[in-house]
Design a protein around this ligand. Sequence first.
Ligand SMILES: Cc1cc2nc3c(=O)[nH]c(=O)nc-3n(C[C@H](O)[C@H](O)[C@H](O)COP(=O)(O)OP(=O)(O)OC[C@H]3O[C@@H](n4cnc5c(N)ncnc54)[C@H](O)[C@@H]3O)c2cc1C
Length: 468
Amino acid sequence: MSKQYDVICVGAGSTGLPLAIRAAQSGAKVLQIEADERIGGTLHWSSGQIAAAGTRLQKQQGIEDTPDEHFRDAQHIANDQIDPTVLKLFVDNAASTIDWLMDLGFQPAAGTPVVGEAHEAYSKRRYLWGDNAAISILDALRPVHEKLVAEGKIDLMLGHRLSNLVADDSGDVKGVTVNTATGSKTYHGTSVVLACGGYAAGVDLWNEINPEIPLNSHCNPFSRGDGIKAAQQLDALVDGKEKFLCTFAGYLEDPNDPTSAEFLALSPKSRNIWEIFVDGNGKRFMTEDHQSIDYRERSLLNQRDMKMNIVFDSDILEHAAPLTLLTNEQYRSKFGNHPNFVKANTIEELAEALEVPFASLSHTIQNYNASVDSKKDKDFNKFFLIRKIANPPFYAIKATGMTVLSPAGLAVDKELRVLNNSGNIIPNLYAGGEILGFGRTSGNAFVGGLSLTPALTFGKLLGERLPR
Ligand SMILES: Cc1cc2nc3c(=O)[nH]c(=O)nc-3n(C[C@H](O)[C@H](O)[C@H](O)COP(=O)(O)OP(=O)(O)OC[C@H]3O[C@@H](n4cnc5c(N)ncnc54)[C@H](O)[C@@H]3O)c2cc1C
């Protein structure tokens, strides 16, 4: 007979680490299974931007803020698309999560909290991060987690991948079955928590849930949706697939691998936009340097297959900063040598390479050049009009809307118990983090910090509240 655990936590990432720590500190017998050979999950990838109202940090800086204001702000930015039950649970408990991280040694970067950065601004300064992206959070969690593992209070099983949930005849969850390098194993526990992330790296599941949205993802390769698939076998409700917004913008490093997307540096706050963006008809379709990231994301979302071409010439290549995160030399050498980095001697050749009508592209460039001459972009009101697109060779990057987060996920009640398709709880099964769907915690917009902070918060809460 295998050991009986109080809590089985599937995943050792942003949700699973606080969960295992708080559960073990509260005296529970904890099993933590993790598919990867290391802990941390998406903390190794994430920018680590988090948000909460009523934190100690805000109070120290004289910022008055409340969970209710955070709730209203978040719903405003997200067009009222966030699950109100989940949002309420989150805003009421987020400040104590950030205070706890600071108790563990997490250091907010100088100048934080701010109202906004990378996403639409809040009305209050409640948005913060550490100096080393989400690794700053992992660095705070790791020592206490390691100590609890060393003391035998958390049984951590790396390289253990959940395959199935174990349930009895009445559907009550009793444990998990996992695949390991040496075969399959079953573990039993009173409560099972799915903290194993989203599905943005699970190409098959993505195509099943979101067939209409091309996948161009940049995320933890272990975000394969295993927890969603296991819960679906117990009739779990998966919803929210329509709450998708692409990240602006990137390119596929390997055009045959939808999980190989890399970021382009296109924020007008960090780099002037010297280039123009044209659609599949060779026409401009948006203000390239619009200050609202939400506007830029939605403009691209509305393009066919979320694709656009970033067009410029040799002068711009010479004077502007690279659009990728590569070195200047690596960046330049990609043009003409990578299917998504085009180099052409004439506009006609460029149009052919981009598969857009030559007459249309040529007209677009002439119009844009006239706007540069007159210092007024009548069509789209672009602000930065410094150089024409006139000197060959001409260049283009075939860019696309990206996915860093999966929109759909498991429906839960206010205690984070997983619901089935009839709206009833699946006994003993809980879930937290991106497995709930980004749409549930952030609606159909990117609200600052509203994926990572709910993951950390719900992990901590479940660790403190689950029965033992
Ligand atoms: C590039 C990038 C930047 C981001 N920046 C931000 C940001 O600034 N702010 C923000 O709010 N959000 C951000 N996010 C999103 C946020 O970081 C994630 O949504 C959040 O960290 C997910 O936490 P999680 O616990 O659900 O998943 P994870 O942290 O990924 O943890 C899940 C764990 O489960 C493991 N696992 C998976 N399948 C199995 C299995 N079958 N069996 C056992 N273990 C399994 C995984 O290996 C992983 O360790 C970003 C995401 C990305 C990709």
